[in-house]
Design a protein around this ligand. Structure first.
Ligand code: ADP
Ligand code: MG
Length: 349
């Protein structure tokens, strides 16, 4: 029977590669890592709990991939280049076949971005995976949620809603395939289980974006976080320049459903349903949502294109005297509630 230390040595130590000779990864009480001059360290952590963040039936490879991917996605949203990560793994029992697959999923994604595993913890209990990742960003260039400006375009990378549709198939909460081909179903399941963090975008975000977030909870919720953080910062900045005065107007977002980038599978599903809630409220896409000055968008989009990332402007930030909200349009008309689906056309904070 392998001990905890055998498991670490066998499955996780091999992922502790790529460190400098004077750095220490797995094996001592702590990792020792070199700092990078004129950079700030961005630190993120995300926990995945079986049955909560992924269906219980999810294979070990995909669980590991996702646990690392969601953390790297947070680094991407901050404009930070991943440097290393650690893993706290809680397992109900030691299953070597499961661990082998898990370590493979972790290794495969770590290899894509050359990010070493530098330590962690292994405990017994209900299956829970906590990854913490760290990345470097040039001092002062980390991207916040709070920097959106009046007139900025709201943009997203690639397509939205694929993972949410994939989840419906994974959980078997849809009873027919809605005319989707086997290939379509495989594609949305892949989006759910193997999200690819948008790290190729970090330099462009640093250079062009005014705020950013990764789409983990759903487009409306995450864009809501940008507005919330931006308006809180506007109020705070205003307190410094005009003490005692309430800042007005605030920033709101206007989205156009007709502009949302959809894969063929999701487009077909939305058309059949006649409602957009899967795209607006479905989480797990791990695409980036960010704001950029309208005058910079075309240049940024063509640079992203060269990196193989599709950028789409889906809306605009405007000032409002009312409560800040997200207004959802279909073309030039406000969308009806039944078109939007279970999520409201605007969210008040
Ligand atoms: P300690 O008792 O000092 O906390 P541990 O016995 O928990 O140390 O861990 C021994 C070494 O193995 C440490 O370097 C730790 O970071 C690493 N480690 C433990 N669990 C994991 C894991 N799941 N993934 C990667 N490294 C791990
Ligand atoms: Mg320990």
């Amino acid at each position: 029977m392998a001990t905890e230390f055998d498991l670490i040595e066998h499955y996780f130590k091999p992922l502790s590669t790529g460190l400098c000779d004077d750095e220490v990864g797995i094996g001592d009480d702590g990792a020792v890592l070199n700092a990078v001059d004129k950079h700030q360290l961005v630190v993120v952590t995300d926990t995945l709990v079986s049955g909560v963040h992924f269906p219980k039936e999810t294979c070990a490879y995909d669980i590991a991939w996702k646990a690392l991917a969601v953390n790297l996605s947070d680094l991407a949203a901050m404009g930070a280049k991943p440097a290393f990560f650690s893993l706290a793994l809680t397992l109900p029992y030691s299953d070597e076949a499961w661990l082998k697959e898990f370590a493979k999923g972790l290794a495969d994604l770590a290899k894509v971005f050359k990010v070493p595993l530098i330590g962690g913890d292994t405990t017994k209990g209900p299956l829970t995976i906590t990854v913490s990742a760290q990345g470097w960003v040039p001092t002062g260039q980390a991207l916040m949620r709070s920097g959106a400006k009046q007139g900025d375009l709201i943009c997203v990378t690639n397509t939205l809603g694929d993972a949410a549709l994939g989840l419906k198939f994974a959980l078997k909460t849809i009873d027919e395939n809605h005319g989707l081909s086997e290939q379509d179903v495989a594609q949305v399941l892949e989006a759910l289980n193997r999200p690819m963090p948008q790290l190729t975008m970090i330099k462009l975000l640093q250079d062009y974006a005014t705020s950013a977030i990764d789409v983990s909870d759903g487009l409306l919720a995450d864009l809501g976080h940008i507005l919330e953080a931006t308006n809180a910062k506007r109020a705070l900045d205003n307190q410094v320049t005009n003490p005692g005065e309430v800042v007005k107007p605030a920033l709101k977002a206007k989205l156009d459903l007709d502009r949302l980038p959809l894969s063929l599978a999701v487009a077909q599903y939305v058309q059949q349903q006649g409602c957009w809630s899967t795209v607006l409220a479905g989480g797990d896409d791990y695409e980036l949502c960010f704001t950029v000055a309208a005058t910079d968008f075309v240049e940024m989009r063509s640079l992203a294109d060269k990196l193989g990332v599709q950028l789409t402007a889906i809306g605009v930030c405007e000032l409002t005297e009312d409560k800040p909200c997200i207004e959802v349009y279909k073309g030039d008309k406000l969308a009806d509630e039944d078109v939007i689906g279970e999520v409201k056309g605007y969210l008040h904070f």
